[in-house]
Design a protein around this ligand. Structure first.
Ligand code: DSN
Length: 415
């Protein structure tokens, strides 16, 4: 068999792949759940391990030829254990959603009760939205953030738990800018004898670096994704105490998945090794400092931020007061034209819809990876302001596009 490159066999896909790298190089990736994995992680994910079936776990597989798969998976497990301090780690979930699925499948029966944060308040589809299997297989009630502060209403959550008597409470969010008080949610769970699943998908890297408090050792289960703030390539992870290890492992495989994506597990191993280096802590601190600078500048420019700021890697802007005629979708579209890629997002108390929401969510993980500092992020806030103030002005959009390209050139990516 010839070992040709993509370009030799499929110019159409090769062109699209090159264009995607150019797109990432020449525009600002501010979708809060995205990042730029290192070449090393991308190499590992693009490796021949994609060919290998390895159902089972290291040392106990259903197929032969797994010695290197075993080595790679054990390295990923050992490094994750060192990073997070969990008693048990499963690195096989294909995504954060499948990590959550594994916990539900391991611990709940159909019809059992889940208490989780509403999607429009910052939750996630896999926490119980009716369009997701979770909302259909289990009985779900949702808690909310305090409408006045934008912070999780921990007291309200505890009262709701006492009334609803959930089997599991889900914490950890996808559009929540503030530090999460794991203890308070754990106390609410303990009071009603419920389990607690902390989904750190967005903040996996911040937790690994010690920049956000860790729920490991507090919550019964901690799930995460490995390609957001931690830059370890596409995938998910589950962590738990030893008492749940067998149940979780069986729920991942064979419960919810077949063969693990061993090339992705290799990416996780490499990314975790990178995250163990001192430079990663600096990166995570800078990511948060950049988000704070971005948020402060946006606020100075007249935008209203949910919770008035951020403690993590993202800001959530509510456009309703400052730009009542501009939806999050309008802003997203104009900003993308200008080379600033983020997403329209629902906000607490949403009055539009998920398809045409009232806010925008902006994150700094990818900008920080390419070298942006606080001054750069203040500049980015000004660029965002100019576009959102005049989303239909082609001249403004074109001027901002040029300035975005200068910023990108000054902070090169994948050279
Ligand atoms: N799609 C991810 C996000 O943007 O938050 C979560 O799965």
């Amino acid at each position: 068999m010839e070992h040709e490159h993509v370009r030799d066999v499929d110019p159409a896909v090769a062109d699209a792949l090159e264009s995607e790298v150019d797109r990432q190089r020449s525009s600002l990736q501010m979708i809060a759940s995205e990042n730029h994995a290192s070449r090393a992680v991308i190499d590992a994910q693009g490796s021949a391990l994609t060919n290998k079936y390895a159902e089972g776990y290291p040392g106990s597989r259903y197929y032969g030829g797994c010695e290197y798969a075993d080595e790679v998976e054990q390295l990923a497990i050992d490094r994750a254990t060192e990073l997070f301090g969990a008693e048990h780690v499963n690195v096989q979930p294909h995504s954060g959603t499948q990590a959550n699925q594994a916990v539900y499948f391991a611990m709940l029966e159909p019809g059992d009760k889940i208490l989780s944060l509403d999607l429009t308040h910052g939750g996630h589809l896999s926490h119980g939205h009716p369009a997701n299997f979770v909302g259909q297989f289990y009985e779900v009630e949702q808690y909310e953030v305090d409408p006045d502060t934008g912070y999780v209403d921990y007291d309200g959550l505890a009262e709701q738990a006492a009334e609803f008597e959930p089997d599991i409470i889900v914490s950890g969010y996808s559009a929540y800018p503030r530090e999460i008080e794991w203890d308070r949610i754990q106390n609410a769970a303990d009071d009603v004898d419920a389990l607690h699943l902390a989904d750190i998908a967005h903040i996996t890297g911040l937790v690994a670096a010690g920049v956000h408090p860790s729920p490991v050792g507090v919550a019964d289960f901690v799930t995460g994704s490995t390609h957001k703030t931690i830059r370890a390539g596409r995938g998910g992870i589950v962590m738990c105490d030893e008492e749940y290890a067998d149940d979780v492992d069986s729920a991942v495989f064979p419960g919810g998945q077949g063969g693990p994506l061993m090339h992705n597990v290799a990416g996780k191993a490499v990314g975790f090794e990178e995250a163990l280096q001192p430079a990663f802590e600096t990166y995570a601190e800078q990511t948060v400092a950049n988000a704070k600078a971005l948020g402060e500048s946006l606020a100075e420019n007249g935008f209203s931020l949910v919770s008035d700021g951020t403690d993590n890697h993202l800001v959530l802007v509510d456009l309703r007061e400052s730009h009542p005629d501009t939806s999050g979708g309008d802003a997203e579209e104009a900003l993308e034209e200008a080379g600033i890629v983020l997403n329209g997002n629902t906000v607490p108390g949403e009055t539009r819809s998920a398809f045409d929401p009232s806010g925008i969510r902006a994150g700094t993980p990818a900008l920080t990876t390419r070298g942006f500092d606080e001054d750069d992020c203040r500049t980015v806030a000004d660029l965002i302001t100019r576009v959102v103030d005049a989303p239909e002005d082609d001249d403004v959009v074109a001027e901002v596009r040029e300035e975005v390209e200068q910023l990108c050139a000054a902070n090169p990516l994948y050279e």
